[in-house]
Design a protein around this ligand. Structure first.
Ligand code: DHB
Length: 517
């Protein structure tokens, strides 16, 4: 794509929108000065030194409400061009505010710089960000001097969208190609990344972005990388109980929690049915075959890890092929050791004499089955389950509010129920405003919406022992995207807990493939 370099005068005068222009008051402008960068060096774990130019405190809205968070840092590595892709890394965690960060040698931001990609790290408001009101706003019920929560839903996604618009606004004068933005985040940040990918240019966000003074630009992206996205919050509770209700953690835990779990798990099949999902091989998913699909995804994950040399224990539920011909080859030759002596690699079956000492069957190369009860109990043994409901907790059986209850609260710092189930149990009112915010924070509502430009490429990972949200949440997201014709690379990453930016060689190999012209 050919770009035109604007003159410096044009740069500094490039105003986002005019809505804040009052009579004879000049409209505030978004600013970017390509000559104002600072040269820096990042030392990678390999010792390699990556040289780059840092542009910091780039405010991406003209109507800044929270000056601690509504700006972005952009890092341009030496050798990058106007055609270089841009990695937009959000560090949102726990739905909390996230300050614009600097590239880290150990995660995807540093690696992206090393790979010659421009890196954008926007700050964003979150459920805990506050300011002191400088004037009384009767309409908003806010008095001068009062603490105001700036980041309740949907503020974070609005800030991130504004950052994307800023990158487009200055695309001509900033290195990197704003048509090649790849978003990346983990957990609540993974949810934000999925929202950036799934809600591009949707009119639902437009008036809010306009009021903030975001640039009048598109905010769709090329790709979204989502590690363990804590998303689909209005259905995450039912998915959680549907999956984990049978674990000993629930069955032998608090009786009140189990009673809630029993009710919630019953709601999942109807939701699943409403999604009308098909597996990549075309099978319609129902609550009857869904557990088998999860099982096949876990077997695929463990098999990949086994092929790469990981030791997969059968104690956590796996069954292996007992074909000796499937046995792993020896390290140093064409024979392999068995209790029966050195035997040629061939098609022979395992015999009782070929059992390991202690009578344990030798594991073949192929995983053929997984006992899901055993496996789910194993997952839960690595970290106890959340309570039930896992997300919309407030006031349900007198429980305390979760972070998500705060996320949907108001500017006075309230926390609220955000699901029908939660509000029913807690005897609270689920307002239309909260319902609308829940929608704005859920990518699942936008993927099939014709008014959205959904990112064409997706990389979604959820740890195979991550219990922060249940497997159906990332699986449903991946399948919905795939069913909508998007390119989706999905994996329940073997033995990973709740975490992100891992297996970076694999991630960047994928990124290189999708940005091929
Ligand atoms: C995160 C983790 C959670 O378990 C949750 O409910 C919300 C957010 C996080 O790590 O961002």
């Amino acid at each position: 794509m050919k770009k035109i370099i604007l003159s410096m005068t044009a740069v500094l005068m490039a105003c986002a929108i005019e809505v804040h222009a009052k009579n004879n008051v000049e409209a505030p402008c978004l600013k970017f000065d390509p000559s104002a960068g600072e040269e820096r060096v990042l030392t990678m774990p390999t010792g390699e030194q990556v040289r780059y130019t840092a542009y910091e405190r780039l405010y991406f809205v003209t109507n800044v409400e929270d000056s601690a968070f509504q700006f972005m840092n952009v890092y341009v590595p030496q050798g990058s061009t106007q055609r270089s892709p841009i990695l937009l890394r959000t560090y949102v965690g726990g739905y909390m505010a996230s300050a614009a960060g600097q590239p880290q040698a150990g995660d995807a931001s540093g690696r992206a710089l090393q790979e010659g990609m421009v890196v954008a790290i926007p700050g964003s408001r979150g459920r805990n960000s506050t300011i002191i009101a400088t004037k009384t706003d009767k309409k908003a019920g806010v008095k001068k001097g009062q603490k105001v929560y700036t980041g309740r839903a949907p503020s974070a996604i609005l800030d991130l969208k504004a950052a994307i618009r800023y990158l487009r606004h200055f695309d001509n004068i900033m290195l990197g190609d704003a048509e090649k933005i790849i978003t990346d985040g983990t957990s609540a940040g993974g949810a934000m990344s999925s929202l950036m990918g799934a809600t591009g240019n949707h009119p639902d966000y437009e008036p809010l972005l306009r009021a903030m003074g975001a640039a009048s630009e598109r905010d769709d992206v090329l790709a979204s990388v989502c590690y363990c996205p804590i998303t689909d919050l209005d259905h995450a509770d039912m998915a959680y109980e549907w999956l984990y209700n049978g674990t000993t953690n629930r069955q032998q835990g608090n009786e009140q929690v189990l009673a809630i779990s029993n009710e919630l798990k019953e709601q999942f099949p109807a939701y699943l049915e409403s999604l009308n999902l098909r597996t990549p091989s075309g099978t319609q998913l129902t609550a009857d075959n869904y557990l088998s699909y999860i099982k096949s995804e876990l077997i695929r994950s463990a098999q990949l890890a086994k092929n790469a040399g990981a030791d997969i224990p059968d104690s956590i539920g796996f069954t292996f092929s007992d074909e000796a011909s499937f046995g792993a080859p020896p390290i140093n030759g064409g024979m392999r050791q068995s209790p029966a002596g050195r035997v040629p690699i061939g098609g022979e079956r395992l015999t009782p004499t070929m059992l390991h000492p202690g009578g344990k069957k030798r594991a073949g190369d192929y995983i053929v089955d997984l006992d899901m009860d055993k496996y789910l109990n194993y997952v839960v043994s690595t970290q106890p389950l959340k309570t039930a409901p896992a997300f919309d907790t407030k006031g349900v059986a007198a429980q305390t509010p979760s972070g998500e209850n705060e996320e949907f609260g108001d500017r006075n710092g309230s926390s609220v129920n955000f699901t029908e189930f939660g509000s029913l149990k807690a005897s609270t009112y689920l307002s239309d405003e909260v319902k609308h915010n829940v929608r704005l924070m859920n990518p699942m509502y936008y993927i099939d919406d014709k008014a959205t430009s959904v990112a064409p490429h997706w990389y979604i990972r959820h740890g195979a022992r991550d219990r922060d949200t249940a497997f159906p949440v990332p699986i449903n997201l991946a399948l919905k995207l795939q069913n909508a014709g998007k390119d989706v690379n999905f994996l329940l990453a073997w033995n990973r807990p709740h975490s992100g930016d891992y297996a970076l060689d694999e991630l960047f190999k994928w990124i290189k493939e999708i940005i091929k012209d």
